[in-house]
Design a protein around this ligand. Structure first.
Ligand SMILES: Cc1ncc(C[n+]2csc(CCOP(=O)(O)OP(=O)(O)O)c2C)c(N)n1
Ligand SMILES: [Mg+2]
Length: 886
């Protein structure tokens, strides 16, 4: 907005004096009331007052209202300076002999923001407090290691192994619980995911608290992020949820160093002002920490508001340049714009001017902001702290566009750094970049430890196990293991809902179950659970639901168990992640089941699914309405034929595509055993479908095969001498395989053994691992994979068909003895009947039969002309275009 010219300064002064007097005599609340009244009056009188969510470009907390830190600032400064040096040293040292990279500039700008937290605010879990949760900005990891080293939690060897993890005892580049499971809690380095997950973490903490599963009292979620990171849609995407849910247990700290990778974040405007209006407009409590204490006397003198005006006029690109130069430059280009401002700083030396600091580097200002943030009620808080990227790096990178990638510093810069922070490193040692340590009897060491002791101890300790829970046995799902009967057709989704119903009623694990849905529960037949379990809401239900008269009405409840996330897969996934790691963050195992349209899972929120692996999530993802041809009417954007391929890319994601209810039961029960009872760090992805069919009784001894990925479903007579094939199928397409076997027998006199393949992904994983062992143990008896064990003594070529891309079934080719032919649904989906779609994608019974016959012909078992006849008989056009390109 353009500033409005002051056409009558005297009148302005009168109004301001009146306001001042109210502020002095009656306080800020009364002043606020009067101002609101004036605005209301003006609006009612027809004046157009454009809304602005911005305040002046000065600190939100006035100097006089700052809460004072009780800390010893000299000692804190020394500790911080050591940490700064060590953080820089570890990156420089790592890059002397290797090119592993690392970042200096990010933490250099954020050091004070972390230090004040460690010394005064962040609780580690102890008997009085269940612990704050800190989402560290990914690229500031060296600073966290440097702090831990000084504290005595990490060794010099570990620091020397920064980004060199393969030999063991290394430090990961960024926060990765997978790589440092006892240290890091939250993976944040994929920009945007940290802020998003932190919001849902704070909400889930409230959920657990209101259900009596955890104590959220006094606990905060602190999320650190860069100003450049705020360009990610995920960073800002959920901020309205945070205020809607009154998440006053959430604090964002945005390190506004004005730069990202290549240059300024908002060179032509001001990132702090932009973010202020984003957050304030979304209902957050915004605390700007722009100017450090050295500015206070100047701002106090600024009675005409000229300095404030200059502060507002100056854009970030300019602020950055200023800090890459020197005091003389600042005098000329910042203050020099107005003679009055030049006058204001006339008695200050260039060095004095250079010392005018930014808020985010001032421990007093940062303390005041944090103190206010933790006391704030009813809203989440965002702290916008202005800093300098590469602070202290001098000519090697301070406020320079190249600073983010700077991993080398020359002697001059190192000396300047040393002198600036008063570090005890002699000239002849400076080029070694030695780590600084604290004597155990030094006041700094004592101070660090005393501070942390008062706050529950060292912060970066990740809990790896929680109390074990006894999970139900297979027998507890007995009805689902029996045949449903021919007349009883149902989908695996329905079977899942029945399983979930049994689980939520279980005496031990029932209340630990967290059903999560985004958008549509009715698609999955879960509406019955609304009433039974209630949808969690922090305020309960403030209205009479439209369907109140019905048995299964839409019930929101303060103690509800279901999380209904709205049309929001990223949010639902973030809730799932919070629940799936509650064993670690809260010491209580929660068992989340998130069911969604399978198409809107891995490909929509794939990076969160990857982070979930890193974070050692334990829980179930249910890809509902799965299969390219099974969700038949929805077309190209909905029909998923590849989520299993994506799932296979996540090393600790265990995935299955079951066909029958009993398979699903076996898989879920074993998942519970592994994740909840054994506390293995894996998570499950299971596809469930909406096609109704009858479910047979579980064949004897099938459980192990179901879990390994395949088992013999039915078998032709062993004594038969007819040509024979091995047919493999998964999901709904197993039915086509069964029908194909029938066709082959009746029409072509070919026998088939049928295998239900619950997971090509699991089969491949196991087989790869075994073949690796065989490669490395050439002198020993070769081991056999499950695929080989199943198929080695079977007769005939092997044909597989699934509702997924061919690569899904193709991945076991190496381990299939003999000829292997794969059918699948490559290409874009489209709408039609299941029958037509299966014909279109060439995975129906006729194509399976053709594939079987052709394979037999190749083997010389039947004449080729029989295949030609079959193609004709089934009315298949051999020259139809390949569906993958249609
Ligand atoms: C999703 C994603 N995209 C890109 C990157 C690469 N990247 C690493 S640091 C960085 C810039 C960070 O800038 P900012 O958020 O301002 O943090 P600063 O280092 O300035 O504190 C980028 C883009 C990433 N880590 N994640
Ligand atoms: Mg930045």
């Amino acid at each position: 907005m353009e500033p409005i010219p002051d056409i009558d300064p005297q009148e302005t002064q009168d109004w301001l004096e009146a306001l001042e007097s109210v502020l002095e005599n009656e306080g800020a609340e009364r002043a606020h009331f009067l101002l609101e009244k004036l605005v209301e009056k003006a609006r009612r009188s027809g004046a157009y007052l454009p809304y602005s969510a911005n305040t002046a470009y000065i600190n939100t907390i006035p100097t006089g209202k700052e809460q004072r830190s009780p800390g010893d600032h000299k000692i804190e400064h020394r500790i911080r300076s050591y940490v700064r040096w060590n953080a820089m040293a570890m990156v420089l040292r790592a890059n002397r002999d290797t090119n592993v990279g690392g970042h200096i500039a990010t933490f250099a700008s954020a050091a004070t923001l972390y230090d004040v937290g460690y010394n005064h605010f962040w609780h580690a879990p102890d008997e009085n407090h269940d612990g704050d949760l800190i989402y560290t900005q990914g690229h500031s990891a060296p600073g966290i290691y440097a702090y831990a080293y000084l504290f005595g939690e990490l060794t010099e060897e570990q620091l020397n192994n920064f980004r060199q993890e393969v030999g063991g005892n290394g430090l990961s580049s960024y926060p990765h619980p997978w790589l440092m499971p006892g240290f890091w809690q939250f993976p944040t380095v994929s920009m945007g995911l940290g802020p998003l997950m932190a919001i849902y973490q704070a909400r889930f903490m409230k959920y657990l608290d209101s259900r009596g599963m955890a104590n959220a009292e006094g606990r905060k979620v602190w999320a650190f992020m860069g100003d450049g990171e705020m360009d990610e849609p995920e960073s800002l995407g959920a901020i309205s949820l945070a205020s809607r849910e009154n998440l006053d247990n959430l604090i964002f700290v945005i390190n506004c160093n004005l730069q990202r990778l290549d240059g300024p974040v908002r060179g032509n405007s001001k990132i702090i002002q932009e973010l202020e209006s984003d957050f304030r407009g979304s209902g957050w409590n915004v605390i700007k920490v722009i100017w450090g204490s050295y500015w206070d006397p100047l701002l106090a003198k600024d009675t005409k508001g000229l300095l404030q005006r200059r502060m507002m006029e100056c854009v970030d690109g300019e602020y950055q340049t200023i800090k890459a130069r020197d005091g003389a430059y600042v005098r000329k280009h910042f203050f020099g714009k107005y003679p009055e401002l030049l006058e204001m700083v006339a008695n200050m030396s260039d060095d004095d001017i250079w010392r005018l600091n930014r808020g985010g580097h001032d421990p007093y200002k940062v303390y005041a902001a944090y103190a206010e943030a933790i006391q704030h009620k009813g809203q989440p808080t965002v702290i916008l702290a202005k800093t300098i990227k590469g602070y202290g790096m001098g000519e090697s990178g301070e406020a320079q566009n190249i600073t983010h990638q700077q991993k080398k510093m020359g002697t001059t810069s190192l000396k300047a750094f040393r002198d600036r922070f008063g570090l005890p490193i002699p000239d002849d040692k400076i080029d070694d970049v030695p780590y600084l340590t604290l004597d155990k009897d030094s006041p700094e060491y004592a101070y660090m430890h005393a501070r942390r002791q008062a706050l529950g101890g060292f912060l970066h300790r990740r809990r790896q196990k929680a109390e074990t829970l006894q999970v139900p046995l297979l027998a507890d799902f007995e009805t689902l293991l029996k045949a449903s009967g021919e007349g009883h057709k149902s989908s695996t989704t329905m079977a899942f809902v029945r399983i979930l119903n049994i689980l939520v009623k279980d005496k031990v694990i029932g209340k630990h179950i967290v059903p999560i849905v985004a958008d549509e529960s009715r698609t999955f037949g879960m509406e019955g659970m609304f009433r039974q379990l209630g949808i969690w809401s922090s305020v309960g239900q403030l209205y009479t639901p439209q369907d109140a008269e019905q048995l299964m009405y839409y019930k929101e409840d303060k103690h509800g168990q279901i999380l209904q996330e709205g049309i929001n897969e990223a949010g639902a996934m973030s809730s799932w992640i919070a629940a799936a790691t509650a064993y670690s963050t809260h010491g209580v195992q929660m068992i989340p089941f998130y069911i969604y349209y399978s198409m809107f899972g891995f490909q929509r929120v794939g990076d969160l699914a990857w982070a979930a692996g890193d974070m050692r999530c334990r829980g179930f993802l249910l890809g509902g309405t799965a299969g390219r041809t099974t969700l038949n009417g929805e077309g190209l954007q909905h029909e998923d034929g590849h989520s299993h391929v994506t799932a296979s890319t996540i090393p600790n994601c265990v995935s299955y595509d079951p066909t029958f209810a009993y398979e699903l039961v076996v898989i879920i029960q074993d998942g519970l055993r592994r994740m909840v009872q054994e506390q293995e760090d894996v998570y499950y992805y299971i596809t469930v479908m909406n096609e109704n069919y009858s479910h047979p009784e579980m064949p004897k001894d099938a459980a192990q095969g179901i879990l390994k990925g395949m088992y013999l479903f039915s078998e032709s007579s062993k004594r038969s001498k007819k040509p024979r094939v091995q047919l493999l199928g998964s999901g709904t397409i197993l039915h086509e395989v069964i029908a194909a076997a029938d066709l082959l027998k009746k029409e072509f006199n070919v026998d088939a053994d049928i295998w239900s393949v619950t997971s090509f992904n699991e089969l491949r994983r196991e087989a790869l691992s075994i073949s690796r062992w065989n490669m490395l143990h050439p002198g020993e008896t070769a081991r056999l994979s499950h695929v080989e064990i199943c198929l080695k003594s079977r007769i005939g070529p092997v044909i597989a068909a699934t509702d997924y891309m061919k690569i899904y079934a193709d991945q076991i080719r190496e381990f299939v003895p003999g000829r292997y032919c794969v059918l699948g649904t490559d290409g874009f989906g489209r709408s039609d009947t299941r029958e037509k779609l299966r014909q279109f994608f060439e995975v129906d019974r006729y194509y399976i039969a053709i594939a079987a016959l052709k394979s037999l012909a190749e083997e010389g078992e039947i004449p080729v002309k029989q295949v030609v006849q079959a193609i004709k008989k089934f009315d298949i056009d051999p020259d139809r275009p390949d569906p993958v390109f249609l």
